[in-house]
Design a protein around this ligand. Structure first.
Ligand SMILES: C[S@@+](CC[C@H](N)C(=O)[O-])C[C@H]1O[C@@H](n2cnc3c(N)ncnc32)[C@H](O)[C@@H]1O
Length: 306
């Protein structure tokens, strides 16, 4: 199992330098992401929230009675709160996130707001095929809530693997998932390159963490935040472009990052309803219902096992 240091060493040694976007998320990074969700340019959060609010009764009816709700990458836990009150006696709620301190803090507020729902937050990295930090009982009505288009951060083959794992390992009977839709390029780019520069700070948080947690000496001002739309792969790519030749030291090892060289930090794949349907089908799920907003910016799907 690779640690932050091992992944950074590997990622910075490659010809095409690459770091996993999961490393954005420590407490500071999660706070920055929360700020991103409130930006004018960042349409996904407010659009998905509206879809969930407008359809909460239908979503609650689909989820059914006594659900065990599991939310991988739960973040600020705001979206589950939209329909929780509409559910028929939910049994428990298990938010999972890699950003442990942030989740612990957020969960305290949740407990005060929903004292009747048993909440057991767990630190869990879903990119590793590690043991679940809770017991699953396959006779339960296990429903996965996976909003925020987090699935878009996975390469397509990994997205299929992950959706398969939700059935085989989490024993999920249903998935409620938020998926960002393909749209005009300027709207997409500005959502990932806002005027206030919050997304740039979020992107550079990976470098800040290398400095604070791994004793790195990276000058954050030497890097420029980039958000590019890769047309053939239908995804936004976030990158950090080095403005000058830099010798980086991390935990005693040296890496040369050349002028104009880029470190690829995140992918955010965009889907059409059809391409998401194909992906879900390949993973052994079928779409039972799709909800979209009027402008067709974002989609929420209810998936059933095939
Ligand atoms: C795009 S944000 C979405 C947050 C929230 N679900 C929402 O809808 O606003 C991705 C979330 O997944 C978490 N995350 C990213 N990679 C992860 C991983 N490998 N394992 C667990 N959580 C992860 C992040 O900490 C963050 O909270």
């Amino acid at each position: 199992m690779k640690s932050f240091l091992q992944e950074v060493s590997l990622g910075l040694s490659k010809k095409n330098k690459k770091l996993n976007s999961k490393w954005f998320y420590d407490f500071h990074g999660s706070k920055l992401f929360e700020q991103i969700t409130e930006l004018e340019e960042y349409y996904p959060t407010r659009t998905e929230i509206k879809i969930l609010k407008d359809n909460k009764i239908e979503i609650a009816n689909k989820i059914g009675k006594s659900a065990t709700l599991i939310e991988p990458g739960a973040g600020d836990i705001k979206k589950i709160a939209i329909f929780l009150d509409s559910l028929d006696k939910p049994k428990k709620y298990i938010p999972l996130d890699i950003s442990e301190d942030y989740m612990t803090k957020i969960s305290k507020g949740f407990k005060r707001k929903f004292p009747k729902v048993a909440i057991t937050p767990k630190a869990y990295d879903f990119s590793r095929n590690s043991k679940l930090p809770f017991k699953v009982n396959s006779s339960e009505n296990i429903v996965i809530f996976f909003p925020g288009s987090t699935l878009g951060n996975f390469e397509k083959k990994d997205a299929i693997k992950f959706l398969k794992m939700l059935k085989s390992k989490f024993k999920a009977k249903m998935i409620i998932i938020g998926v960002d839709l393909i749209k005009d390029i300027p709207t997409l780019i500005s959502a990932y390159d806002d005027k206030k520069g919050v997304t740039a700070k979020f992107n550079k948080n990976i470098l800040r963490r290398i400095n604070t947690e791994l004793g790195g000496n990276i000058d954050l001002n030497s890097y420029k935040h980039l958000a590019i739309y890769n047309k053939s792969k239908k995804r936004i790519e976030m990158r950090l472009k080095c403005k000058k030749n830099s010798n980086i030291k991390v935990n005693g090892s040296k890496y040369l990052i050349k002028k104009n060289e880029e470190i690829h930090t995140e992918n955010s794949h965009k889907y059409s309803i059809k391409s998401f349907k194909n992906l879900a089908n390949k993973a052994g799920w079928k779409i039972k219902k799709t909800w979209v907003d009027k402008k067709k910016l974002f989609s929420v799907h209810c998936l059933d096992p095939r």
